[in-house]
Design a protein around this ligand. Sequence first.
Ligand SMILES: [Fe+2]
Ligand SMILES: [Fe+2]
Length: 278
Amino acid sequence: MLCLRQTALDLILMPDADAKAAAVRALPPGPSAYVLRPDAVLAEPAGVPGRPDRPRLLSPTAMANRSVGTALGRAGLLHALAHIERNAIDLALDVIWRFGGMPEAFYLDWLQVAREEALHFELLHAHLKTLGYAYGDFPAHDGLWEMAEKTRSDLLARMALVPRTLEARGLDASPAIRNKLVSVGDRRGGEIIAIILRDEIGHVAIGNRWFRHLCVQRGLDPIECYAQMARHYAAPRLKGPFNLPARRAAGFDEAELALLQAGEASSPESHLSASPAS
Ligand SMILES: [Fe+2]
Ligand SMILES: [Fe+2]
Protein backbone atom coordinates (compact mmCIF):
# COMPACT_ATOMS: atom_id res chain seq x y z
CA MET A 1 0.00 0.00 0.00
CA LEU A 2 1.18 3.49 -0.87
CA CYS A 3 1.42 6.19 1.74
CA LEU A 4 -0.52 8.88 -0.13
CA ARG A 5 1.17 11.90 1.42
CA GLN A 6 4.70 10.51 0.96
CA THR A 7 3.81 9.54 -2.62
CA ALA A 8 2.64 13.11 -3.31
CA LEU A 9 5.97 14.40 -1.99
CA ASP A 10 7.92 11.94 -4.15
CA LEU A 11 5.96 12.99 -7.24
CA ILE A 12 6.20 16.75 -6.70
CA LEU A 13 9.99 16.41 -6.74
CA MET A 14 10.00 15.00 -10.30
CA PRO A 15 11.44 17.63 -12.66
CA ASP A 16 10.10 16.44 -16.02
CA ALA A 17 6.55 17.66 -16.72
CA ASP A 18 5.51 14.78 -19.00
CA ALA A 19 6.88 12.14 -16.62
CA LYS A 20 5.26 13.84 -13.63
CA ALA A 21 1.87 14.04 -15.37
CA ALA A 22 2.07 10.39 -16.44
CA ALA A 23 3.01 9.26 -12.93
CA VAL A 24 0.16 11.23 -11.36
CA ARG A 25 -2.32 9.89 -13.92
CA ALA A 26 -1.16 6.36 -13.08
CA LEU A 27 -2.02 6.77 -9.38
CA PRO A 28 -4.96 4.62 -8.33
CA PRO A 29 -7.99 6.86 -7.65
CA GLY A 30 -9.59 4.86 -4.85
CA PRO A 31 -8.86 4.97 -1.13
CA SER A 32 -8.19 1.21 -0.88
CA ALA A 33 -4.81 1.63 -2.60
CA TYR A 34 -3.47 3.95 0.08
CA VAL A 35 -2.61 4.24 3.68
CA LEU A 36 -3.47 7.74 4.84
CA ARG A 37 -1.43 9.23 7.64
CA PRO A 38 -3.00 12.64 8.22
CA ASP A 39 -0.93 13.22 11.35
CA ALA A 40 2.48 12.45 9.84
CA VAL A 41 4.79 15.46 9.66
CA LEU A 42 6.85 15.21 6.50
CA ALA A 43 10.08 17.21 6.41
CA GLU A 44 10.43 19.37 3.31
CA PRO A 45 13.38 18.25 1.20
CA ALA A 46 15.25 20.62 -1.14
CA GLY A 47 13.79 20.95 -4.62
CA VAL A 48 10.02 21.33 -4.00
CA PRO A 49 8.61 21.53 -6.61
CA GLY A 50 10.78 19.71 -9.13
CA ARG A 51 11.04 21.87 -12.24
CA PRO A 52 12.23 21.27 -15.79
CA ASP A 53 15.04 23.50 -17.20
CA ARG A 54 12.55 25.02 -19.60
CA PRO A 55 10.34 27.06 -19.87
CA ARG A 56 12.37 30.10 -18.89
CA LEU A 57 10.49 32.01 -16.19
CA LEU A 58 9.94 35.73 -16.76
CA SER A 59 7.83 38.40 -15.10
CA PRO A 60 4.11 38.33 -16.04
CA THR A 61 4.51 41.70 -17.76
CA ALA A 62 7.15 40.23 -20.10
CA MET A 63 4.71 37.75 -21.65
CA ALA A 64 4.10 38.25 -25.38
CA ASN A 65 0.49 39.03 -26.22
CA ARG A 66 -0.06 37.62 -29.70
CA SER A 67 -3.24 37.21 -31.69
CA VAL A 68 -4.64 33.66 -31.63
CA GLY A 69 -5.39 34.19 -35.30
CA THR A 70 -1.77 33.23 -36.04
CA ALA A 71 -0.36 29.73 -35.50
CA LEU A 72 2.37 31.23 -33.28
CA GLY A 73 -0.18 33.12 -31.20
CA ARG A 74 -2.35 30.04 -30.75
CA ALA A 75 0.67 27.95 -29.78
CA GLY A 76 1.64 30.65 -27.25
CA LEU A 77 -1.82 30.53 -25.71
CA LEU A 78 -1.85 26.73 -25.51
CA HIS A 79 1.63 26.81 -24.00
CA ALA A 80 0.54 29.32 -21.33
CA LEU A 81 -2.42 27.09 -20.47
CA ALA A 82 -0.23 23.97 -20.34
CA HIS A 83 2.12 25.80 -17.98
CA ILE A 84 -0.77 26.68 -15.70
CA GLU A 85 -1.82 23.01 -15.63
CA ARG A 86 1.72 21.88 -14.85
CA ASN A 87 1.76 24.26 -11.91
CA ALA A 88 -1.68 23.01 -10.90
CA ILE A 89 -0.35 19.43 -10.65
CA ASP A 90 2.28 20.71 -8.22
CA LEU A 91 -0.28 22.75 -6.28
CA ALA A 92 -2.52 19.72 -5.71
CA LEU A 93 0.39 17.46 -4.72
CA ASP A 94 1.70 20.17 -2.40
CA VAL A 95 -1.60 20.37 -0.52
CA ILE A 96 -1.55 16.59 0.02
CA TRP A 97 1.98 16.25 1.40
CA ARG A 98 2.41 19.58 3.21
CA PHE A 99 -0.74 19.94 5.30
CA GLY A 100 -1.43 17.35 7.97
CA GLY A 101 -4.29 16.93 10.40
CA MET A 102 -7.17 16.92 7.91
CA PRO A 103 -9.89 14.26 7.40
CA GLU A 104 -9.10 11.45 4.95
CA ALA A 105 -11.66 12.83 2.47
CA PHE A 106 -9.54 15.97 2.15
CA TYR A 107 -6.53 14.05 0.83
CA LEU A 108 -8.68 11.98 -1.54
CA ASP A 109 -10.28 15.17 -2.91
CA TRP A 110 -6.85 16.61 -3.70
CA LEU A 111 -5.72 13.34 -5.23
CA GLN A 112 -8.63 13.64 -7.65
CA VAL A 113 -7.61 17.25 -8.40
CA ALA A 114 -3.99 16.19 -9.06
CA ARG A 115 -5.10 13.45 -11.46
CA GLU A 116 -7.36 15.85 -13.37
CA GLU A 117 -4.67 18.55 -13.58
CA ALA A 118 -2.33 15.92 -15.03
CA LEU A 119 -4.97 15.06 -17.64
CA HIS A 120 -5.37 18.75 -18.49
CA PHE A 121 -1.62 19.12 -18.98
CA GLU A 122 -1.49 16.06 -21.21
CA LEU A 123 -4.44 17.18 -23.36
CA LEU A 124 -2.96 20.65 -23.88
CA HIS A 125 0.56 19.38 -24.48
CA ALA A 126 -0.62 16.84 -27.05
CA HIS A 127 -2.58 19.58 -28.82
CA LEU A 128 0.37 22.00 -28.70
CA LYS A 129 2.53 19.33 -30.35
CA THR A 130 0.13 19.16 -33.31
CA LEU A 131 1.16 22.80 -33.98
CA GLY A 132 4.84 21.84 -33.98
CA TYR A 133 5.72 23.13 -30.51
CA ALA A 134 6.42 21.49 -27.17
CA TYR A 135 6.17 22.50 -23.54
CA GLY A 136 9.20 24.66 -22.75
CA ASP A 137 9.35 26.36 -26.16
CA PHE A 138 7.87 29.65 -24.87
CA PRO A 139 8.76 31.61 -21.72
CA ALA A 140 6.27 31.47 -18.84
CA HIS A 141 5.64 33.18 -15.52
CA ASP A 142 5.45 31.82 -12.01
CA GLY A 143 2.44 33.62 -10.51
CA LEU A 144 0.60 30.49 -9.43
CA TRP A 145 3.50 28.99 -7.55
CA GLU A 146 4.30 32.35 -5.94
CA MET A 147 0.88 32.24 -4.26
CA ALA A 148 1.64 28.69 -3.12
CA GLU A 149 4.88 29.93 -1.56
CA LYS A 150 3.14 32.80 0.21
CA THR A 151 0.55 30.43 1.72
CA ARG A 152 2.89 27.55 2.57
CA SER A 153 2.32 27.79 6.32
CA ASP A 154 -1.48 28.20 6.44
CA LEU A 155 -3.89 25.82 4.78
CA LEU A 156 -6.81 28.24 5.27
CA ALA A 157 -4.93 30.90 3.28
CA ARG A 158 -3.99 28.31 0.64
CA MET A 159 -7.65 27.32 0.18
CA ALA A 160 -8.77 30.96 0.10
CA LEU A 161 -6.24 32.15 -2.43
CA VAL A 162 -5.42 29.24 -4.71
CA PRO A 163 -8.64 27.31 -5.47
CA ARG A 164 -11.10 30.05 -4.42
CA THR A 165 -9.22 32.88 -6.16
CA LEU A 166 -6.79 31.74 -8.85
CA GLU A 167 -8.58 28.59 -9.98
CA ALA A 168 -11.92 30.43 -9.78
CA ARG A 169 -10.47 33.06 -12.11
CA GLY A 170 -10.01 30.22 -14.61
CA LEU A 171 -13.80 29.63 -14.50
CA ASP A 172 -14.31 33.25 -15.58
CA ALA A 173 -11.68 33.19 -18.32
CA SER A 174 -12.52 29.83 -19.89
CA PRO A 175 -15.60 30.73 -21.98
CA ALA A 176 -13.79 33.57 -23.78
CA ILE A 177 -10.74 31.39 -24.44
CA ARG A 178 -12.91 28.58 -25.77
CA ASN A 179 -14.75 31.00 -28.06
CA LYS A 180 -11.50 32.49 -29.33
CA LEU A 181 -10.09 29.08 -30.22
CA VAL A 182 -13.29 27.96 -31.90
CA SER A 183 -13.52 31.26 -33.83
CA VAL A 184 -10.15 30.57 -35.47
CA GLY A 185 -11.20 27.02 -36.36
CA ASP A 186 -9.53 25.21 -33.46
CA ARG A 187 -12.35 22.88 -32.56
CA ARG A 188 -10.13 20.49 -30.61
CA GLY A 189 -8.75 23.38 -28.56
CA GLY A 190 -12.34 24.40 -27.75
CA GLU A 191 -13.17 20.84 -26.67
CA ILE A 192 -10.16 20.71 -24.36
CA ILE A 193 -11.12 24.01 -22.70
CA ALA A 194 -14.66 22.66 -22.16
CA ILE A 195 -13.24 19.57 -20.40
CA ILE A 196 -11.01 21.78 -18.26
CA LEU A 197 -13.89 24.10 -17.30
CA ARG A 198 -16.05 21.12 -16.29
CA ASP A 199 -13.29 19.73 -14.04
CA GLU A 200 -12.27 23.12 -12.62
CA ILE A 201 -15.78 23.69 -11.26
CA GLY A 202 -15.08 20.59 -9.17
CA HIS A 203 -11.67 21.90 -8.04
CA VAL A 204 -13.12 25.22 -6.91
CA ALA A 205 -15.94 23.32 -5.16
CA ILE A 206 -13.31 21.28 -3.30
CA GLY A 207 -11.56 24.53 -2.33
CA ASN A 208 -14.84 25.99 -1.07
CA ARG A 209 -15.68 22.84 0.87
CA TRP A 210 -12.41 22.75 2.79
CA PHE A 211 -12.19 26.53 3.20
CA ARG A 212 -15.57 26.43 4.94
CA HIS A 213 -14.57 23.37 6.98
CA LEU A 214 -11.53 25.28 8.30
CA CYS A 215 -13.57 28.44 8.96
CA VAL A 216 -16.02 26.42 11.09
CA GLN A 217 -13.15 24.72 12.89
CA ARG A 218 -11.52 28.08 13.71
CA GLY A 219 -14.79 29.92 14.44
CA LEU A 220 -14.33 32.38 11.57
CA ASP A 221 -16.88 34.03 9.31
CA PRO A 222 -16.05 32.89 5.75
CA ILE A 223 -16.72 36.28 4.12
CA GLU A 224 -14.70 38.32 6.63
CA CYS A 225 -11.95 35.73 6.67
CA TYR A 226 -11.66 35.76 2.88
CA ALA A 227 -11.49 39.55 2.75
CA GLN A 228 -8.78 39.59 5.38
CA MET A 229 -6.77 36.87 3.59
CA ALA A 230 -7.09 38.62 0.23
CA ARG A 231 -5.70 41.84 1.78
CA HIS A 232 -2.96 40.16 3.78
CA TYR A 233 -1.64 38.09 0.87
CA ALA A 234 -2.23 40.76 -1.79
CA ALA A 235 -4.57 38.59 -3.86
CA PRO A 236 -5.14 39.86 -7.39
CA ARG A 237 -8.34 41.86 -7.74
CA LEU A 238 -10.55 39.85 -10.07
CA LYS A 239 -11.89 41.33 -13.25
CA GLY A 240 -15.24 40.47 -14.85
CA PRO A 241 -17.10 39.27 -16.69
CA PHE A 242 -17.59 36.61 -14.05
CA ASN A 243 -18.85 33.17 -14.92
CA LEU A 244 -21.65 33.26 -12.36
CA PRO A 245 -23.29 29.92 -13.29
CA ALA A 246 -19.92 28.14 -12.96
CA ARG A 247 -19.15 29.96 -9.71
CA ARG A 248 -22.56 29.00 -8.31
CA ALA A 249 -22.00 25.39 -9.37
CA ALA A 250 -18.65 25.55 -7.54
CA GLY A 251 -20.39 26.56 -4.32
CA PHE A 252 -19.97 30.33 -4.04
CA ASP A 253 -23.06 31.79 -2.40
CA GLU A 254 -24.99 34.87 -3.48
CA ALA A 255 -23.40 37.11 -0.83
CA GLU A 256 -19.93 36.16 -2.08
CA LEU A 257 -20.90 36.74 -5.71
CA ALA A 258 -22.39 40.13 -4.86
CA LEU A 259 -19.16 41.18 -3.11
CA LEU A 260 -17.09 39.96 -6.05
CA GLN A 261 -19.11 42.11 -8.45
CA ALA A 262 -19.15 45.09 -6.09
CA GLY A 263 -15.35 44.85 -5.75
CA GLU A 264 -14.97 44.99 -9.48
CA ALA A 265 -17.24 48.00 -9.77
CA SER A 266 -15.45 49.93 -7.01
CA SER A 267 -11.88 50.08 -8.29
CA PRO A 268 -11.52 49.42 -11.99
CA GLU A 269 -8.06 51.00 -12.07
CA SER A 270 -6.51 48.32 -9.91
CA HIS A 271 -7.57 45.27 -11.90
CA LEU A 272 -5.12 42.69 -12.94
CA SER A 273 -6.12 41.28 -16.28
CA ALA A 274 -8.04 38.05 -15.93
CA SER A 275 -5.98 35.08 -16.91
CA PRO A 276 -6.96 31.48 -16.53
CA ALA A 277 -5.73 29.47 -13.62
CA SER A 278 -5.16 25.76 -13.59
FE1 LIG B 1 -7.69 23.00 -11.16
FE1 LIG C 1 -6.67 22.21 -14.53
